[in-house]
Every structure is written in C-alpha cells, then in structure tokens.
Design a binder for this molecule. Structure first.
Ligand code: IPM
Ligand code: MN
Length: 355
C-alpha cells in the first residue's frame, strides 16, 4: 500500500522549496501514518542540460504512474536563448498536456495576520477568499504558432487562440462544482466584446449554468476583472477563465495576499494531478536558501487533500503554516522589524514544529 509521490524540483529555487515541502510531508506522514514514498525526476533547464530536452519521457511516465506530482519551478536566464521548443517552460507545459491537466485551481485566501502586507488597503483585503479556476491545456498556449514569417515585406509571428465547446464545457462544470462547496458564485472572465473564442466561451458557460441554477453566474470582461480585483477583491468566490487570462489574473490575485511566495496551486485532470507554487524559479535568489517555502508546502497540502483524500493531514499542514506566521516567522520578502527573520530552512522548521 502507501502512496508514491513524484517530486520534480526543476530549476532555480525549485530544489530548496520542494525539499522543504518533502520535509513537511515526512513530518505529517509520521503523525498520520500515510506511508508516503518519493521518487525524484528532472525537468526544465536542469533536464535540458543533462539530457538535451526539458521533459524527458521518463519524467512524464513516472508522473503518470504516481499518486501525485509535487513540482517546484522551471526557467531561468541561462536558458533564454535555447530554441523555443526546448525552453524549460516546455517541461511544465508538456506535463500539463501529457497528464491531461485541464484545470488549474489557484486559491487566494488572505489570513488576518497578513492583511497588512497587501499592496491594497487592509479594509479592502480583509476576508478575501477566492479561487481562480484556470483552463490549463487549451487556448493560445497550445494553439498553432509561427515564430517568424515574411508577409507583405515584414517579418511577423503569430499564436492562435482557439477553444472548443467540450474544452469550455468541462472547465465550466468544474468551476460550478467548486462554487457548490464554496459560496455559490462563479464569475466567468472573457473578452467577448472583441474575441470570437470568448463569445463561444460565454455561450458555453451559460449553457452549462442551466444545470447549476443555484449557482450565481456573473460575466466580466478581463480588463474590468483586472480592475475589480484591485477595487473590491472580496466580491469574488470562483473566477472561471481561460489559459492566458488565468495566468495573468492569478499573478494579480496572488499579490493581494501579500506575497506570491505564499500561493499554492493544484492542476487536475483525467490522470495524476500536479501541485506547484504559482511563483517561478526566482533565479536571482536561487541557492541562497532564502526563498519562501510556504507556496510549495501549501501545494503539498493540496496534494494530500485532492489526490490522497487525506483531508485531516492537509488541514494540519495549513494550520501549521498559519501558526508559524502567527508566531512571527517571516521570510525576507515579508520581513519587517519586530518579526523573526527566517530563511527557507528556519521557516520550514517553524512549520514542522507547529504540526
Ligand atoms: C504559471 C507559469 C507558467 C504559465 C509558465 C512557467 C509557462 O507562469 O504556472 O503561471 O504561464 O502557465
Ligand atoms: Mn504565471
């Protein structure tokens, strides 16, 4: 029995933050007897340097065969000039596609202790509790593209945005189901005043909504949504949107909570699910041991909740993170006088102590 977790540290701070999350998982395993085992695999620039490809087949196959994937981050300036199809980012995109991870859940919940860190006024931020449901394997990210061609005497490039009804259907259902066990409101975000894909998106979401009459459905244009997130973020419960808009809005929403370093995510589909912090590989601080591990640790909690159905263990981790913050531990980007400055290991120790 037991569960096999594939750990993919990736690049930059990936190594430091995933090893913190594994330490927390080991501690929670002891407490709840989960019988977790770990298998490590390469991806991203690190894999490119070793094998000449960002996503070795062995990594994808191991991910498929596991009970859950814990992913760090990929990318870095070092690989900026690598051929586009071999860029480190192709590793995470390939894993998403290869595992059929059509939905990315990005919860943003602002703990009262962290309200003051938000760039927004405390009274706007208090009580924010939303989740972005981002379509993850369609849209412009995976459409046809052309890196360079000549047309009318000028060099151009293009990327094709496209969505099919079944693609919108399944993500819309997931958003309505998510709202059902939350506060019962879905805001679907598109740009249907301009884009054909958005008009199909809006029509399809309306159709699925027929089956979810108790859920309130609002539609917002993406530009207005970006503004509303800054003006009144508490109005949102579930934000449903496509791949590109979801990428942009989730960074904006994350910073409302004070630090992108705190935000976890779950990518869910038809096969094994994958869990990763929403921040990147932060090459500027890689190897310094100062990265905030909480986004990754909370991602590990989501893994326990969604993939292993270990709700109690998941909550234990979430509470331990809250308590370590309440006890005054802060990594560099959140530190101010009066608090205990913690590097990655110290923060992790403080969380484990609270378990
Ligand atoms: C994210 C990241 C990725 C994305 C990159 C690394 C390809 O920004 O998970 O939000 O754009 O989806
Ligand atoms: Mn992003």
């Amino acid at each position: 029995m037991g569960y096999k977790i594939v750990v993919i540290p990736g690049d930059g701070i990936g190594e430091e933050i995933t090893s913190s999350a594994v330490r927390v998982l080991e501690a929670v395993d002891k407490k709840f007897n989960l019988d977790l085992s770990y298998e490590y695999h390469d991806a991203g620039g690190t894999a490119y340097d070793k094998f000449g490809v960002p996503l070795p087949d062995s990594t994808l196959e191991a991910a498929k065969a596991s009970d859950g994937v814990l992913f760090g981050a990929v990318g870095g300036d070092k690989w900026d000039n690598v051929e586009p199809t071999l860029r480190p980012e192709k590793a995470i995109l390939g894993l998403r596609k290869g595992l059929g991870l059509y939905a990315n859940l990005r919860p943003v919940k602002v703990a009262d202790t962290l309200v003051e860190y938000s760039p927004l006024k405390p009274e706007l931020v208090k009580g924010v509790d939303l989740v972005i449901v981002r379509e993850l394997i369609g849209g412009i990210y995976f459409g046809e593209r052309c890196e360079s061609e000549m047309k009318d005497g000028a060099e151009r490039a293009w990327d094709l945005e496209n969505y099919s009804v079944p693609e919108v259907d399944r993500i819309a259902r997931l958003a309505f189901e998510t709202a059902k066990i939350r506060r019962g409101k879905v805001t679907s975000v598109d740009k249907s005043n301009v884009l054909a894909t958005s008009r199909l998106w809006r029509r399809t979401v309306a159709q699925i909504h027929e089956e979810y009459k108790d859920i309130e459905l609002d539609n917002l244009y993406v530009d207005n949504c970006a503004m509303q997130l800054a003006v009144k973020p508490t109005q949102f419960d579930v934000i449903l949107t496509g791949n590109l808009f979801g990428d942009i809005l989730s960074d904006e929403a994350a910073v409302i909570g004070g630090s992108i370093g705190l935000m976890p995510s779950a990518s869910i589909g038809t096969c094994t699910s994958l869990y990763e912090p929403i921040h990147g590989s932060a090459p500027d601080i890689a190897g310094m041991g100062i990265a905030n591990p909480i986004g990754t640790i909370l991602s590990a909690a989501m893994l326990l909740r969604y993939s292993l159905k270990q709700e109690e263990a998941a909550v234990a981790i979430e509470k331990a993170c809250d308590r370590a913050l309440e006890a005054g531990y802060r990594t560099g980007e959140l530190w101010k006088p009066g608090f205990t400055k913690a590097d990655t290991v110290t923060m992790t120790d403080a969380i484990i102590k609270e378990l």
